[in-house]
Design a protein around this ligand. Structure first.
Ligand code: ZN
Length: 413
């Protein structure tokens, strides 16, 4: 009976691969793992890869728990590893999957480490190390990120066919300077875009260029060049068509500008688009926290502080739950300020205390040593802290140029 089922498995897998639906691919993978399919069968590795990619790009199928999928995927990649199959890139996909839930979490770190350890050639190693650097940046471990990126640069010098990774290298290095040295970061982001130019047909390289445009938008925003910032986000949007999480983030950044300096209808349109894309991929990591935070500011502008309190509390909870320390600091400050404006000094004090402790532990100390250079990280958060609604609404300074019909937001459930 079992032998017969195993015999039928490859055909069923081929059918699900052709269909490409994330839910079917998961069922197929669970079936292959459950029936102990031979990991050396070429369809097995292909199925693992496609099931992970489908989950990352299409989102998580309803009714299937995240934990179940993560468990099955990790078991499958572990089985392939024991059978001597190349798995470094598969571990990176597992890491990308974990990033949806807990960007700075242990499981993501562990999967990336496994990718580094199981890499079998220079290119696999390079891909894994570049992701490791991003993990360090996401968790504010900048010294560690710099040292990994130096290693990547050495590896690129010694190996062939590494030019297409140069855009990613520059982009990651730029991200590591984003809070500490915006001039250097900007220069590196522009270099990343140039390096990506010859490889635009490669979605991974295009993604690095999209990321660089996204960050150039944030830098333009911090200089008060709102129109330029929106243009950069739209450029990023065009380059990252297949990545739903990225698309959500571009909408979020545009919304953040419009909430402060534009028309509130236009801001709502982009908040709604962001929520739509995040929901499609079931984004629950720091993206959801940032969306709640932006929505809280929108509610404040609309004169609904109660709703804003609720959303800020939710943003803070999500930031704390996903090791998003910069979020914890920023949202604690904002919530404290809101409590103060409603004459609740004790609650405000508790939040400020929490922000101070998080700041000390995660941002100003790294590997047991003080990292005062990071004080700039906090200074960049300060301009976002003035959230008390204004009595007289100033005239909008910027209009969105995305071309969408902003008064008709997408209807979805
Ligand atoms: Zn727009």
């Amino acid at each position: 009976m079992r032998a017969r089922a195993l015999e039928l498995l490859p055909r069923a897998i081929e059918h699900d691969l052709a269909n490409g639906d994330a839910g079917n691919l998961f069922d197929s993978l669970a079936n292959a793992v459950g029936q102990c399919m031979d990991p050396r069968h070429p369809l097995f590795a292909e199925l693992v890869r496609r099931a992970l990619e489908a989950r990352i790009t299409q989102g998580i199928g309803r009714g299937q728990s995240d934990e179940a999928f993560a468990g099955v995927a990790e078991t499958a990649v572990g089985t392939l590893m024991s059978a001597g199959v190349r798995v470094a890139d598969l571990w990176l996909l597992v890491a990308a999957y974990h990033a949806h839930y807990d960007n700075g979490g242990e499981r993501r770190r562990r999967s990336i480490r496994k990718a580094v350890e199981s890499s079998q050639d220079a290119l696999e190693r390079l891909r894994a190390e570049l992701i490791l650097a991003k993990f360090h940046i996401d968790t504010s471990e900048y010294r560690a990120a710099h040292s990994v990126l130096d290693g990547c640069e050495n590896l690129m010098r010694r190996s062939r066919d590494t030019d297409r990774y140069r855009a990613d290298l520059h982009c990651s290095r730029a991200m590591s300077y984003f809070y500490a040295d915006s001039g250097r970061a900007e220069e590196l982001f522009r270099q990343a875009i140039q390096e990506a130019e010859p490889y635009r047909d490669d979605p991974d390289v295009a993604q690095s260029a999209a990321q660089a445009h996204h960050y150039l938008g944030r830098l333009a925003y911090s200089r008060g060049e709102f129109g330029e910032a929106i243009e950069q986000y739209l450029e990023a949007q065009e380059l990252s068509t297949g990545r739903l999480t990225g698309r959500g983030f571009h909408h979020l950044r545009i919304a953040e500008i419009l909430i402060e300096y534009g028309e509130q209808d236009e801001a709502y349109y982009h908040l709604n688009e962001c929520a739509y894309f995040f929901r499609r991929v079931y984004q629950v990591s720091n993206g959801e926290a940032q969306l709640d935070h932006a929505s809280a500011r929108w509610e404040l502008k609309a004169g609904r502080p109660d709703k804003a309190f609720e959303l800020l509390e939710s943003a803070l909870g999500k930031a704390a739950g996903t090791s998003f320390s910069r979020g914890v600091i920023q949202y604690s400050f904002e919530l404290a300020r809101l409590h103060l404006s409603h004459r609740r000094p004790f609650r405000a004090f508790r939040l400020l205390w929490r922000a101070a402790v998080t700041l000390l532990v995660t941002e100003l100390i790294e590997n047991g040593r003080p990292a005062f250079g990071k004080i700039r990280t906090i200074l960049t958060l300060v301009p976002h802290i003035g959230v008390v609604p204004r009595r007289s609404r100033p005239r909008p300074q910027v209009a969105c140029t995305c071309g969408a019909d902003h008064v008709r937001p997408r209807v979805w459930t």
